[in-house]
Design a protein around this ligand. Structure first.
Ligand code: ATP
Length: 293
């Protein structure tokens, strides 16, 4: 397991990370979200050892993370970092070698990934002649070439069209074994919701929510939807609930527990026909907004 414990990072007077603690569990995709400047890239750089922490530490399977272990990590940095003028096959073999693969294994892994990404025919093209989407594919191949023991991906899907995102996700799922923790940052919340098992929400350098997406999306309170035959405005006067929204016959409201919702249903029935009633799944964007307020 990959963990960070009490990570703090100052840039001069500014506190970019403040006592950040979380786990990235093997075999689970962990989404890392937060507004611009929340500290995601800073945390990822510290995990990869390209930036020092002011306090706190990165841990691997319960012990301190060493440089030797880090060499087996896969990293896709925000600033990317491939060589624009180098041929893509040479480049991937080079990265494989940097991570300790022997020449044959580096070549074998490179060819497999290029094939898998539909780039085999471009193997001898220089990177900068590829479309941005294809350059991004090569970038993910560079993070995967040495079969990493952990993956840290900074905005891996930004700028990709939906089909390319799906292809990239399929590749990640194929390549990543149940032992590999994966941490990826993204601003595309719909994508995060679809892809990740766990979520870490950062706001102004602090963790403000963390846990399995299913639990976070369930939220601290239960949200219900009620559709009546008429106007649902009377809900605003019901005590013990928090009305999120009323639009004509449709209302969304939060309750502390199911029992309260059932009482609301009974009230609704006494007023007239109920067309729809039940718990409403909260969108991740709402969780995010709530957590970063
Ligand atoms: N090298 C640096 N020098 C000074 N300040 C920095 C440096 N790197 C980051 N910061 C500051 O630290 C804070 C966190 O930045 P960081 O890039 O980690 O956020 P982020 O969550 O990755 O944002 P984004 O989503 O925009 O990429 C920001 O206020 C940023 O300006």
């Amino acid at each position: 397991m990959l963990s960070v414990a009490g990570l703090t990072r100052r840039f001069g007077e500014q506190l970019a990370l403040e006592d950040v603690t979380f786990d990235v569990v093997p075999g689970r995709m962990t989404g890392f979200v937060g507004a611009n400047g929340a500290g995601k890239t800073t945390a990822m750089r510290i995990i990869l050892g390209v930036l020092a922490a002011s306090a706190g530490e990165v841990r691997w399977n319960g012990g301190p993370l060493t440089q030797t272990t880090r060499r087996d990590f896969g990293y896709m940095p925000e600033e990317r970092g491939l060589y624009p003028k180098m041929k893509i096959r040479d480049q991937l073999v080079f990265f494989g070698r940097l991570h300790g693969l022997d020449p044959d294994r580096a070549a074998e892994r490179t060819d497999k990934l290029l094939e898998r990404l539909g780039l085999a025919e471009r193997a001898t093209d220089v990177l900068e002649t590829l479309s941005l989407g294809n350059q991004q594919r090569v970038q993910i191949a560079a993070a995967l070439v040495h079969k990493p023991i952990a993956l840290v991906l900074d905005e891996p899907f930004s700028g990709l069209d939906p089909l390319a995102v799906d292809a990239m996700v399929d590749l990640l799922r194929e390549e990543v074994t149940p032992e590999v923790p994966v941490l990826f940052s993204s601003h595309q919340l719909d994508l995060v919701e679809r892809l990740c098992d766990d979520l870490i929400v950062l706001a102004r350098g602090k963790v403000v929510a963390a846990g399995p997406v299913a639990e976070l999306a369930a939220g601290p309170s239960l949200t219900y939807k009620l559709v009546v035959d008429g106007d649902a405005g009377w809900l605003r006067d019901v005590r013990g609930i928090r009305v999120r929204d009323v639009a004509g016959a449709t209302a969304l409201f939060d309750v502390e527990h199911d029992g309260v919702a059932q009482q609301v249903l009974q009230q609704a029935v006494t007023r007239g026909p109920v067309l729809e009633f039940g718990p409403e799944r909260v969108a991740l964007s709402d969780v995010f907004r709530e957590a970063t307020r």
